[in-house]
Design a protein around this ligand. Structure first.
Ligand SMILES: *Cc1c(COP(=O)(O)O)cnc(C)c1O
Length: 376
């Protein structure tokens, strides 16, 4: 039996390329003809333009969002003998990066309304760390689905305990809290530029932002064998560079990001209006937060049945994420958890469902998704 073809996919990076195809093709051709392919003018141009757009002094490109987090930790001197607090309801990448840096993760439960780090549990873990855990040196809140974590509370807790704040902004390019861009609150902010992110390359990419010139210099060295100058490794680095083709594509896309985020917001408002009063509850908005709807996420008790019903009507859905990190085979039973043992995380993982969300969704596609959801 063949499944009904999905007419409206949940994500559509190809549509994102086609929307800017002429400009992107020209940018790629420019790089291919230039004879310079890694760490050059396009990369420097993107770093300057991204830092300017974000409102931070420095941006350093790198290979992907996972490396961005691992490099940020290493640049801060956080590795073996340190613990780092983050959440289990995230891309596995966040936790993988902590172990790549040599540190030990401790996973904090989420506030079930906004799906982001529960500050009360963070405070409990910092005040009374789990037995045997090395000292917590950094906290990585994840601005999940395009909405800010509770940075006012988390920032105050980090300051009080003297631990670094590293923002995982991989789902929140352009999102705000109290009219201030996410990625400007912590010592360092890390962004994935994977094709499906709000700002995406057409391959892998990442970028790290900071106001600290010395940190930026360390990051630039660590991403390339620890070189401060060619062929001189002052530190033990890695190879995690943003290539020129991706940088040129990102320079085409960055000026469109704010308008595309506004499109996502308009689609979310359409979904909200269609769902109002029905069996599905629209996603909660944090007071003061500018949400950029990387994902539009509903909570559904009978998820598999709802996904199948939507699929039968040609509507693709996703689950971000079906298995929390602490229950993944590679992590299960060996990662430290906060006192609530990630119970809210496990409940969310069992029920979350993402509707189609990308700026290229047409009016009629949005209407079709709304109609399909209401018919379930
Ligand atoms: C995508 C993502 C990452 C990892 O980015 P890659 O570029 O795939 O390495 C990290 N954290 C979050 C929250 C993400 O969504």
């Amino acid at each position: 039996m063949s499944a009904t073809p999905v007419i409206i996919p949940q994500a559509n990076p190809g549509a994102g390329y086609r929307a800017l195809q002429t400009e992107i093709d020209a940018a790629v051709a420019r790089v291919l003809g230039s004879g310079w392919y890694v760490l050059g003018a396009e990369g420097r141009g993107f770093e300057a333009e991204f830092a300017g757009w974000l409102g931070r002094a420095h941006a350093v490109g790198c290979g992907n969002g996972t490396d961005a987090l691992a490099l940020a930790l290493r640049a801060l001197g956080i590795g073996a003998g340190c613990a780092v607090a983050t959440v289990s309801h995230t891309a596995v990448a966040t936790v993988a990066a902590i172990e790549m840096a040599g540190a030990v993760p401790v996973l904090i439960d989420i506030d079930p309304l906004h799906y982001t780090m529960d500050p009360a549990e963070l405070e409990a873990v910092l005040a009374r760390p789990p037995v045997g855990l090395p000292p917590v040196r950094a906290v990585i809140p994840v601005h999940l689905y395009g909405q800010a974590a509770d940075l006012d509370a988390i920032g105050a807790i980090c300051a009080r305990h003297g631990v670094a704040l590293i923002e995982d902004c991989s789902q929140a390019h352009g999102a705000t809290l109290s009219a201030r861009k996410l990625g400007t609150f912590g010592q360092i902010a890390c962004f994935s530029l994977y094709p499906t992110k709000n700002l995406g390359a057409l391959g892998d990419g990442g970028v790290i932002a900071t106001d600290d010139a010395a940190l930026a210099e360390r990051l630039a060295a660590l991403r390339q064998y620890g070189w401060r100058q060619h062929y001189v490794s002052d530190a033990v680095g890695v190879n995690s560079r943003l290539d020129e083709v991706q940088a040129a594509i990102l320079r085409v896309r960055l000026p469109h990001l704010d308008a595309q985020n506004a499109c996502r917001g308009a689609i979310a408002a359409r979904y909200d209006a269609a769902l109002a009063g029905g069996r599905f509850v629209p996603p909660a908005r944090r007071a003061g937060a500018g949400h950029v709807f990387h994902q539009y996420v509903l909570r559904v008790a009978d998820r598999a049945a709802v996904q199948a019903a939507l699929r039968a009507r040609g509507v693709g859905t996703g689950v971000h994420y079906p298995v929390p990190v602490h229950l993944q085979p590679a992590y299960c039973g060996r990662v430290a958890l906060g006192p609530s043992a990630c119970r809210a995380t496990e409940r969310a993982a069992a029920a979350v469902m993402s509707l189609p969300m990308y700026p290229e969704l047409t009016e009629s596609q949005v209407a079709a998704v709304c109609e399909a959801v209401l018919s379930v």
